[in-house]
Write a protein that binds this ligand. Structure first.
Ligand code: BTN
Length: 247
């Protein structure tokens, strides 16, 4: 059993461009140890997935990056970082009586609204992951969003939660889930991830290169693609190859 990794070193910044960028800079200067967590009150250039901007009201939410330097994780198993991180967020939210699900690949949803997003930036050395910067943005105490399909812990529970408090609980869960990566128990993570997928086994509308269709998510692949049953055939999709058509 490994010792607790995440949360021993927390670097709390008031203002930064992006906690992921800051972590990358520290790593490039060899100033960042395995398990370090960077958090910030404000990001001026918060990064989202697919080149999007991550917006957050000052001081209200969790803006954090976890630095993970695996001993021996091959590129083909890198998806396990997504599984373990998503599950850690779900478990932490559960402590606040929030039942969340994972909208493939790694958005965290509550009742059809996004509460958290994950941006994982991996550095490779040959066929191994030398370092992973796991960026997590979670809406805590913000109550107004331009995007109506967003929610927060405060909106869901009427409870104000200090970012630092949530971070400590999240770090604890990350330590639990990442044990499964250290012990190469990838299958357990995959099954748990699939058990918590948004719209799993439900007939819903999606759009792929051929147009709109009604299909059913039935699981994911080892590489993290989503499997959707479409017209009695099973189709796998990577990022940007399928869109969820939500009401
Ligand atoms: C998404 O688009 O859903 C991913 C959002 C990830 C945002 C977090 S906030 C902390 C970390 N630093 C960044 O610049 N992005 C991530």
């Amino acid at each position: 059993m490994k010792q607790a990794l995440f949360g021993k070193e927390i670097i709390h910044l008031s203002n930064i461009d992006s906690t992921n960028n800051f972590a990358a800079k520290l790593l490039s200067e060899n100033l960042c140890q395995n398990g370090a967590v960077i958090m910030a009150d404000v990001q001026t250039e918060g990064k989202g997935q697919r080149g999007n901007i991550w917006l957050s009201e000052s001081g209200k939410n969790l803006l954090s990056s976890f630095v993970f330097k695996p001993d021996n994780l091959s590129v083909e198993n890198q998806i396990a970082i997504t599984w373990a991180t998503s599950l850690s967020l779900l478990e932490t939210l559960r402590k606040f009586n929030i039942e969340a699900l994972i909208k493939w690949p790694n958005d965290i949803f509550v009742g059809g609204k996004k509460i958290a997003g994950i941006l994982i930036e991996n550095q490779l050395q040959g066929t191994r992951i030398s370092c992973s910067i796991i960026g997590i943005g979670l809406n805590l105490n913000q109550t107004f969003f331009d995007d109506l399909k967003a929610t927060s812990v405060l909106l869901e529970t009427k409870q104000i939660v200090e970012p630092r408090k949530f971070l400590n609980l999240l770090a604890h869960e990350m330590n639990e889930q990442f044990q499964l990566i250290y012990s190469s128990n990838f299958e357990i993570l995959k099954v748990e991830y699939e058990n918590n997928l948004f719209q799993m086994n439900e007939l819903k509308s999606y759009e792929d290169e051929f147009g709109v269709f009604v299909g059913k998510i039935i699981g994911t692949t080892e590489e993290g693609k989503i499997l959707i049953e479409k017209s009695n055939a099973i189709q796998s999709y990577g990022l940007k190859e399928v869109t969820f058509l939500m009401k």
